[in-house]
Design a protein around this ligand. Structure first.
Ligand code: C2E
Ligand code: MG
Ligand code: MG
Ligand code: MG
Length: 277
């Protein structure tokens, strides 16, 4: 129990804090093993153009199937991977899996889908990020036009000049860049115009409450802002027809969410797309 009564200011670990620390250490160790024992998989969630109904791209989402614990969600392990630096190796693995998939589609001659990969702040800021990405793209012979990178506002706010430089390099390579979870970070709007990005992804917390007046005002403003800055705008976490209709009416370009599809294994994604055609 933590005592803070002035005289005794020593803080003790509560059982809860202890178990949280144990949990973190457990996970840091298990992450090490997870890669070796191939417990990870990449799932894909499609994004759809609201006007044409076409699938424009799919987001790669990491899945961890632990032999004892079952499925461990990314919100539980990505922050620990980020903290321990393990995200560098995991992030590289995801990029390789995605490029391998693109290569498979390209060689099979099926029409390729652009794939968006989440890149964590630490991974993006790593000096080897761009060279390594280039190497992987070359190794698998992937057309960079089929690659997309999703970064968050926190990535943009650190080392701004360096970040702009890296974004320019990605643009030159023909790789799309979008800002993920837009609206919940604290990027200043003034900065936004300096970043060469293709799309804003409105965070799902806004979409969840878009039926409320104040939230709908914010969402319509974000759509207008993106368009004035020549960016596409994507709504994340679309779950209902009402939300879809609202977004279509207000000119949002694309949607992603359970209403369209949950994230799924690649063979299910292929079936999903064939059924739409
Ligand atoms: P994100 O990039 O914002 O991804 C969207 C998250 O929303 C995914 O959660 C997705 O499954 C979920 N989602 C999609 N549609 C809906 C919906 O209609 N309703 C609700 N409630 N949720 C929806 P997921 O897969 O659990 O991933 C969570 C976060 O973990 C991601 O958020 C991303 O920040 C991170 N993440 C996932 N995979 C990777 C990865 O390979 N690398 C890195 N660095 N981060 C990753
Ligand atoms: Mg994302
Ligand atoms: Mg997001
Ligand atoms: Mg997120």
């Amino acid at each position: 129990v933590s005592k803070d009564n002035g005289r005794n200011t020593v803080k003790f670990y509560t059982p809860l804090m202890k178990s949280q620390i144990d949990e973190k250490m457990w996970m840091a160790e298990e992450l090490e093993r997870a890669m070796e024992e191939q417990q990870f998989a990449v799932y894909y969630q499609p994004k759809m153009n609201i006007v044409t109904g076409q699938i424009t791209s799919a987001e790669a989402l990491l899945r961890w199937f632990h032999p004892v614990r079952g499925t461990i969600p990314p919100v539980h392990f990505i922050p620990i991977a980020e903290e321990t630096g393990k995200i560098i190796a995991i992030g590289e693995w995801v990029l390789r899996m995605v490029c391998k998939q693109l290569q498979t589609w390209q060689t099979a001659g099926v029409s390729c889908l652009r794939i968006a990969v989440n890149v964590s702040p630490k991974q993006f800021q790593h000096p080897q990020f761009i060279p390594q990405l280039k190497d992987i793209i070359l190794e698998f012979g992937v057309d960079p036009l089929y690659m997309e990178i999703e970064i968050t506002e926190s990535t943009l706010m650190d080392n701004t000049e360096e970040t702009i430089h890296k974004l320019m390099l990605l643009k030159q390579m023909g790789i799309h860049v979008s800002i993920d979870d837009f609206g919940i970070g604290y990027s200043s709007l003034n900065y936004l115009k300096r970043f060469p990005v293709d799309a804003l992804k409105i965070d799902q917390s806004f979409i969840r409450e878009v039926q409320e007046d104040s939230t709908s005002a914010i969402v319509t403003l974000m759509i207008a802002l993106a368009h004035r800055l020549q960016m596409r705008v994507i709504a994340e976490g679309v779950e209902t027809e009402w939300q879809l209709d609202f977004l279509r009416f207000h000119g949002c370009d694309e949607i992603q969410g359970y209403f369209l599809s949950r994230p799924m294994a690649v063979n299910d994604l292929e079936t999903f797309i064939v059924q739409l055609e």
